[in-house]
Design a protein around this ligand. Structure first.
Ligand SMILES: CCCCCCCC(=O)SCCNC(=O)CCNC(=O)[C@H](O)C(C)(C)COP(=O)(O)OP(=O)(O)OC[C@H]1O[C@@H](n2cnc3c(N)ncnc32)[C@H](O)[C@@H]1OP(=O)(O)O
Length: 188
């Protein structure tokens, strides 16, 4: 992506900005599509959120996980601590939210491969309870690429190195037109 210096660029996803060409207001989707249209491999360091309101990594989503993700030599990494908003059983993170963390982390690999892709399948192995208020290191990498398919792997580990969960997923590379389907959404 254009934030190759790892400065944490936020895509212009939720801002209404002036279109340089016709001076008409640009929609949220137009701005997001424009910002995501040309993903480029990023250098090491902090990666930009998918959008400010992304449920996985957007800092402006009060219900989101607000993952903070760095590019590493072989993939991506986030240290994350779940809180009460992600509770399932008392004191334990809900499995669906752990899956969401993996899914969103996988979405950051797109910055590393320079393609747009979406989740087609996601499998999580819950090895141990993921506790609220505890730091976990999430890492992910691309295992293989076959045509439009990206096979990706991830794990979450405690500070002592014990794995609490692993995940693998298939992402399918899509054209930016895929996201035009979001136009059907009519939320205020
Ligand atoms: C910028 C992104 C931000 C990231 C945010 C975090 C990630 C997300 O939340 S993404 C959102 C959740 N995912 C979605 O909404 C995706 C919804 N699904 C779709 O839109 C479509 O099914 C889509 C685009 C994935 C694939 O549709 P389509 O293009 O018709 O693909 P299709 O022809 O069925 O399959 C494509 C290829 O994948 C293969 N494939 C399909 N399913 C699988 C699977 N489960 N495992 C392995 N391969 C598969 C097919 O065999 C085919 O292979 P090939 O190209 O070699 O023939």
């Amino acid at each position: 992506m254009s934030d190759a210096q790892g400065q944490g660029r936020q895509p212009e996803a939720v801002k209404t900005v002036d279109d340089d060409t016709d001076r008409q207001p640009m929609s949220t989707l137009d701005a997001w599509v424009r910002s995501m249209a040309h993903p480029e491999p990023a250098s090491l360091g902090r990666l930009p959120a998918h959008s400010p309101t992304c449920a996985g990594c957007g800092s402006e989503n009060p219900a989101g996980l607000a993952l903070v993700v760095d590019a590493t030599e072989d993939g991506v990494r986030a240290v994350h601590r779940f809180d009460r908003r992600q509770e399932g059983a008392p004191g334990i993170a809900h499995g669906g939210l752990v899956a969401a963390a993996f899914d969103d982390l996988f979405g950051f690999l797109l910055y590393r491969v320079g393609e747009l892709a979406v989740t087609r399948s996601l499998t999580v192995e819950y090895l141990r309870p993921v506790l609220l208020g505890t730091d976990y290191e999430f890492t992910a990498k691309v295992r293989t690429r076959e045509g439009r398919r990206l096979h990706v792997d991830a794990s979450a580990v405690e500070t002592d190195g014990r794995r609490v969960a692993t995940a693998d997923a298939t992402f399918i590379i899509v054209d930016v037109d895929h996201f035009e389907q979001g136009r059907a959404t009519t939320l205020p």
